[in-house]
Design a protein around this ligand. Structure first.
Ligand code: UDP
Ligand code: MG
Length: 168
């Protein structure tokens, strides 16, 4: 067993169905710690980066529309980093198989997911499926200072001439 980190996203259908509390309760069975959490507006660029490995698939354009929230008119997801022993597999077990009709009916996807007429699996949550994917995905969705553990090496850079909003 190893200490791992994994990315979880509550996808727009999970938010539309008001399942956030339910999902977090289910995931708490994994006995892990949340070390990062935020609401994120998903641009097409972010969605395409996240699903880069599927870009040749026929359902890719619809998948991007799904994650950006275009389909459900919910322009956000909630992103979490879970951390602890065997985190990736523990979360995947609670989340269930990719295809909601084949997923264990007591898993999150089995209980709440559906296949749309367009063929996309609306399966409520994303969860990283390997250590390599988890690292890539956590780095895509979170900045180092948004996570309360030092997971990966960081470097300091000077960002000159970058305009940033601060509270007035
Ligand atoms: N997906 C789909 N049809 C497929 C395979 C995947 O609609 O035949 C969608 C589904 O929403 C899935 C996402 O694409 O969650 C990413 O696919 P992946 O194979 O990475 O599955 P996951 O890791 O999410 O279980
Ligand atoms: Mg995947």
């Amino acid at each position: 067993m190893a200490i791992e980190s994994t990315l979880v996203l509550i996808k727009p259908d999970g938010l539309k169905k008001s399942l956030t509390g339910n999902i977090l309760t289910r995931l708490s069975e994994a006995k892990l710690v949340i070390i990062g959490a935020k609401v994120v507006h998903v641009t097409p660029e972010l969605a395409m980066g996240h699903y880069e490995h599927l870009k040749e698939k026929p359902f890719f354009p619809e998948l991007v529309r799904y994650l950006t929230g275009e389909i459900h008119n919910i322009r956000r997801v909630i992103a979490f980093v879970y951390h602890g022993e065997d985190a990736i597999q523990r979360i995947r077990d609670l989340v269930g198989s990719t295809n909601p009709e084949e997923a264990n009916p007591v898993s999150i996807r089995g209980a709440y997911g559906r296949i749309t007429t367009s063929g996309v699996f609306e399966n409520i949550v994303h969860a990283s499926s390997s250590r390599e994917d988890a690292e890539k995905e956590i780095k895509l969705w979170f900045k180092p200072r948004e996570i309360v553990e030092k997971l990966y090496p960081v470097k300091e850079v000077m960002l000159n001439n970058v305009k940033e909003e601060v509270w007035e």
